[in-house]
Design a protein around this ligand. Structure first.
Ligand code: PLP
Length: 370
């Protein structure tokens, strides 16, 4: 079976390059190649003299070293670089799952985290965050869903689209359950590093549990989606080996120029992430004021981390509201139905510098349509 259409990506394919004000992007402010090259003396010359042959299929040693420095227990040998997080998700599901297997996915979820498994013939069961309790996940609910066919549990912290982040003891307990019941945790951590309170940052799951997989990417926290560089970290040798073999059928190796730029960006990640968090904090202040002024129309819960939130529209139809907003004001929001969440929620993104312009248009549109 082939995966069904990726609703969210189809929506972006239609609107991302035609709607002027993007108010639902999930990444942070991007950089130009030139900005990166200026971060280090000699980088420009080294970049221009790069060869364009095949690269090492696991990822260049320099890049794997930089990535491994994000982990305590995972070394460069535990890092497998992919073309974006998307390739890693696709390949992981393919090596792990057979028709009839059971997989539990933290929900609402970025569609590929469940859809690839479904296309393989696995039974996909949602583990829902509680919208009434800041999208809290309940481990007792997980225990009720486990079966002897459960191969994988997928979690995503900080969460897309709600910004939910559990406490550290939650991670310990999930790891214990994984060992007790034998399922593997696939932990999507593509927004890690964007916690508003650094004390709330969770350890990578692959550091906590030897069989687990942590997923990372340059796209979100670092704002470098165009590099298409993602990775998995795992001490699970069997899964690592199978993923490395599977990758020979998808991309073989990564783009050399992208690996070079990703290595450079990770070496200077502190300044990039500090800048992105500054943008997020300032935008979040504006969003808090905006929603305070529109409590008749929206329900707002401030997220704990990341550049996206999932407020609720209290009018009749969020889909219609979003359609009219595109047509009348040129502003793009993303209806929650694209996540299979049909209760009026929508995604708003605030990782980019020009967010205020879109928010001002939204404010004017609401004012003028009353
Ligand atoms: C939770 C999550 N995982 C994975 C991805 C895929 O990342 P990339 O597009 O960089 O491959 C995304 C992108 O939106 C995401 O939000």
């Amino acid at each position: 079976m082939r995966p069904g259409p990726f609703r969210l990506e189809r929506y972006f394919a239609e609107h991302e390059f035609t709607v002027p004000y993007l108010l639902c992007c999930s990444d942070c402010e991007s950089l130009r190649i030139d900005d990166l090259l200026q971060m280090e003396p000699g980088a420009r010359d080294r970049f221009l003299s790069l060869g364009l042959g095949y690269t090492e299929s696991t990822g260049s040693p320099e890049l794997r070293r930089e990535i491994a420095s994000l982990y305590e227990e995972n070394t460069p040998d535990h890092i497998l670089v992919h073309s974006g997080a998307e390739e890693a998700i696709f390949n992981f599901m393919n090596v792990m799952l057979q028709p009839g297997d059971h997989i539990i996915v933290h929900s609402p979820f970025y569609q590929s985290l469940g859809e690839v498994a479904r296309s393989i013939g696995a039974e996909v069961v949602a583990w829902e965050g509680d919208s009434a309790r800041s999208w809290e996940l309940d481990l007792d609910r997980l225990k009720e869903k486990l079966t002897d066919r459960t191969r994988v549990v997928v979690v995503n912290f900080p969460h897309n689209p709600t910004g939910f982040l559990p406490k550290a003891d939650f991670i310990g307990e999930l790891s214990r359950l994984s060992d007790e019941h034998g399922f593997v945790v696939f932990s999507d951590e593509v927004y890690r590093g964007l916690e508003y309170d650094p004390d709330r940052r969770l350890p990578p799951f692959a550091d906590v549990n030897e069989r687990a997989i942590s997923l990372g990417v340059m796209s979100k926290t670092y704002g470098l989606a165009g590099l298409r560089i993602g990775w998995i970290a795992t001490r699970n040798e069997k899964i690592f080996r199978e993923l490395a073999q599977f990758k020979d059928f998808t991309t073989i190796c990564n783009s050399g120029p992208s690996e070079f730029l990703a290595t450079l960006a990770l070496r200077h990640r502190k300044s990039i992430v500090d800048r992105n968090l500054k943008i997020i904090r300032s935008n979040l202040g504006r969003l808090n004021s905006f929603f305070e002024g529109h409590t008749d129309l929206f329900e707002w819960q401030e997220p704990k981390a990341g550049p996206i939130a999932f407020p609720r529209y209290l009018g009749a139809s969020i889909e219609q509201f979003c359609r009219e907003l595109i047509r009348e004001a040129g502003v793009l929001l993303l209806p929650g139905s694209l996540y299979g969440e049909g209760r009026g929620f929508f995604r708003i993104g605030f990782g980019r510098k020009n967010m205020s312009e879109g928010l001002d248009r939204l404010h004017e549109y609401i004012r003028d349509s009353r």
